[in-house]
Every structure is written in C-alpha cells, then in structure tokens.
Design a protein around this ligand. Structure first.
Ligand SMILES: NC(=O)c1ccc[n+]([C@@H]2O[C@H](COP(=O)([O-])OP(=O)(O)OC[C@H]3O[C@@H](n4cnc5c(N)ncnc54)[C@H](O)[C@@H]3O)[C@@H](O)[C@H]2O)c1
Length: 420
C-alpha cells in the first residue's frame, strides 16, 4: 500500500479499495451507537462494529439494544436510508472511532484489553491517510503507548501515513443525541498533525467548540472532570454520614450552607455509580499513585457510602420483628435503566443478604428485579405495606408521589427526595 504523507484527512471515501464508508465506529454501546447514528443521519456513510453478534443483528434490523431517548428513531431512519450498517469486524473507512469499554480489574487497575483488541482488529481495514480516534476513557499515555504503538508495530507511521488522536466522550446518558453534537470536544493527537486531523473530523459535525491539545492532555482532561465530580460528591456524602451520626438533617445543613455566596456543596446519595465517575478516578491513581491521596480517599468515602446506608436501615429495622423494607430505585442515577455499578443495587443486595426482613423494590425503569429473592412491586403497594422505605434514586416518577404517603413508614431518604 502506498503510504500517504498528507497530514490532512479527507473524510470521504478516498482509499484505493473504494471503501463505501466514511466512518467506522468500533463498539456500539451507549457511546458508539448514538455517535454512529448521529453521523449517519448527517450525511456520513457509517459502518458500526460490535463483537456481539446479537448487537449487529439488532441494529441491522433497524432496532436498538440500549435505552436512550430518540436513538431508536435515528437508528431506524439511518438503517432504512442505508447510511448505517453494522458488521462483526472493522471494514475500510476514512475514520475509525474506538468506543469500547474500559473497565477496571479487581485491584482497580485499568483493563485496556478491549481497546487493544479493537485496535488490533482495525489494522487489517486501515488504509493510508486514515484517522483512528480513541473515544474510550483511558489512562494518560494509552493513545500513544497502546493504540499508536500497535499501528506502528503493524508498519504504519502515526502522524505520517495514519493519524491517531484521543477525543474523550463526555455525553450524559439520557441526553446523548443532543450532547454528542452540542458539547465542546477536546481533541488531542499523538503528533500535531494527528491533532489537526482529529479536530478536522469533529469540526464537521460538532456544534460546540473543538479544543486542541496533546493526546495525554486530552486523556487527563476527561479523567480530571470525573475525579472532580467524585471528590465533590465524596464531600457531600461525608457530610451526610456526619449528619446521620449527629441526628441532623443533611439536606437542611447543605441547603443552608449553600446560601453562602461562594459555597456550592453537591447533593449526597447512596454512593457513586455508573461506569464513569466510579471508575475513571482510578485511572489517574494508576499513573500517579503517590500523588493522589485525595482522589483515593474520595473513592473510599463513596465506595463506603452504600454500607453507611445499610447501617442506617439496620438501626431502623431493630424496631420491628420482620420489617417489610421497600427500596425505591435501583439504577445508578435518575430516569435511566442502567444498573451498572449502581450503589442503589449494592444497597438492595446487601439488605437482601442481611436478612433484616422482607425486601421489595420499586423501579419503574426495569421489568424484573435482578436481585434474587427480591420482588418488584408498584410504588402504591410498597407505600401501603412497607415498615421502612429507603429512597435510593430520585426518579421523576417518584417525585410525583404524594409526600403524605411517605409519612407512615420509617424513611431513609438518601437522595433528599422528600426535601425537594
Ligand atoms: N456510557 C457513557 O455515558 C460514557 C460517557 C463517556 C465516556 N464513556 C466511555 O466510553 C467507552 C464506551 O462506553 P459505553 O458505555 O459505550 O460501553 P458499552 O459497554 O455500552 O459499549 C461498548 C460496546 O463495545 C463492544 N465491544 C467490546 N469489544 C469490542 C471490540 N473489540 N470490537 C468491537 N466492539 C467491541 C461491546 O460489545 C459493547 O457493545 C468507555 O471507555 C466509557 O468509559 C462512556
């Protein structure tokens, strides 16, 4: 293959094989599928890739496998128009976006095996002048030392005949379709030419500003955002623990403290969940363990929080013989169906195991309860029969429930639903 030395990437079909795709999105989950669908409905010919056969099949049938507002209509329209098609492995395209998971292992060390596999899988589809963007959240150094290194190992020269950049995704689940387009994007290449190539790509469809930097800076920016949130939530959670110890209302304390013109304490909760805020701070710790005592302490405070909630319920349960404990919410945040890394789920699992009484769950976003031995019931039934109510998620559906229904049972309100 004749290598190109042109640092500008033309995001149309340019390669010698006449590839029919402008963009190949590798990993069609919560980030990849909305990105693919948005690009496909904006005139790009998009190939989506997923290693799970059922995901490929579902998308090619014009359907979706995740819950995200407006996504089903976009995917249906793009598949019908022929601008989006899913494949089991990468196909040639002008740009490749890697959107695969980046979890951590049992010791909180980043697990980059999906990024490595995705990068290796696209090598065969790569053509001179192509752009490879890592969108997955990763520790600083990954775009250069893993992605670019794998391409270099295969004979490519990043910055010369292929372009490698990191563009972290900061979308909010539930608002992804809008945020994928409207948010500012930080784009960092492994060389200045790679930064330009990456920024060119995003400037074509991003309405927000595209901010250029190095790959390592872009990688740390994303982690810094989520660690900031984690540390601040940890402070609110620590205050909630203190208030519980002193018998004070944390919501009242925080509301009054926030009347100070330069104070803005966040809301406590049952812990920190999801696959970003509870995970990403560890990626900073991984590269600078001795310089991150605050980040590590915040992680511990937030990880401990579900146990603090269970302890509160345990104290209440001592007043009953075999209390009926109704838990409101299982997801990791309001108004979504995602229970990955959910502290609410952790609380319910711990309560079920503690055998303090009968545990039931109210979760309008799920059709079954994933915790063995715990029934899913309606809010009305739960409030009629519960001795103890534990509010774990501030779903909109719960804010519509009448306040006086909560007066009969004992309540542990971890999200301040009743103080709003
Ligand atoms: N979900 C979010 O709100 C969000 C926000 C910002 C950043 N991120 C980051 O984006 C990345 C992706 O997250 P997600 O939530 O979309 O994950 P996800 O689990 O929803 O989706 C990832 C998809 O990649 C597929 N996959 C795994 N290995 C593959 C491979 N080698 N080739 C092709 N497909 C493969 C999986 O089958 C899955 O469908 C992660 O690094 C995450 O931290 C997520």
């Amino acid at each position: 293959m004749e290598p190109s030395t042109n640092p500008r990437v033309e995001h149309t079909t340019q390669d010698g094989d006449g590839a029919p795709h402008d963009v190949c999105v590798v990993g069609l989950g919560y980030v990849g599928l909305p990105t693919a669908a948005v690009l496909a409905t904006r005139g790009q010919r998009v190939a989506g890739v997923d290693t799970r056969a059922e995901v490929v099949e579902t998308i090619n049938a014009g359907r979706i496998h995740i819950v995200e507002p407006e996504l089903d209509a976009l995917v249906r329209a793009a598949v019908a128009a022929g601008t989006l098609r899913a494949f089991p492995k990468p196909v040639p395209a002008a740009a490749f976006l890697i959107c695969v998971p980046t979890p951590f292992d049992a010791h909180h060390r980043p697990d980059l095996t999906y990024v490595e596999a995705a990068t290796r899988s696209l090598v065969a589809a790569l053509r001179p002048g192509n752009l490879v963007v890592l969108e997955s959240t990763v520790p600083p150094g990954t775009s250069r030392d893993l992605v670019a290194a794998i391409l270099a190992e295969a004979g490519w020269r990043p910055g010369e005949n292929v372009f490698v950049a990191h563009a972290p995704e900061r979308v909010l689940p539930g608002a992804v379709i809008r945020e994928v387009v409207e948010n500012d994007r930080v784009v960092g290449g492994v060389t200045p030419a790679c930064t330009e190539a990456g920024a060119d790509f995003y400037e074509k469809f991003v309405g927000g500003e595209v901010l250029r930097c190095s790959a390592e800076t872009a990688e740390l920016v994303k982690l810094a955002e989520n660690a900031f949130r984690d540390v601040n939530v940890a402070y609110a959670n620590e205050l909630a623990n203190v208030c519980d110890r002193l018998g004070l209302d944390a919501w009242e304390v925080i509301r009054l403290a926030n009347r100070h013109p330069r104070v803005n304490i966040l809301r406590p909760g049952p812990g920190v969940g999801g696959h970003c805020i509870a995970v990403d701070p560890w990626f900073i710790v991984a590269v600078a363990p001795e310089h991150t005592p605050l980040i590590q302490a915040a992680r511990r405070v937030n990880d401990e929080r579900p146990h603090n909630v269970v302890a509160q319920v345990r104290t209440l349960a001592e007043r009953f013989k075999r209390p009926r404990i109704a838990c409101f919410g299982l997801t990791y945040k309001p108004d979504i169906d995602d229970i990955r890394e959910s502290p609410a789920l952790e609380v319910v699992q711990a309560l079920a195991q503690a055998e303090l009484g009968e545990v039931v769950v109210v979760e309008p976003h799920l059709s079954t309860c994933p915790v063995a031995g715990v029934a899913l019931v309606s809010a009305e039934e739960a409030l009629k029969t519960a001795d103890i109510v534990v509010v774990l998620v501030a779903h909109r559906a719960f804010t519509r429930l009448r306040r006086e229904w909560f007066t009969r049972p004992s309540v542990v309100d971890t999200v301040g639903l009743l103080s709003r």
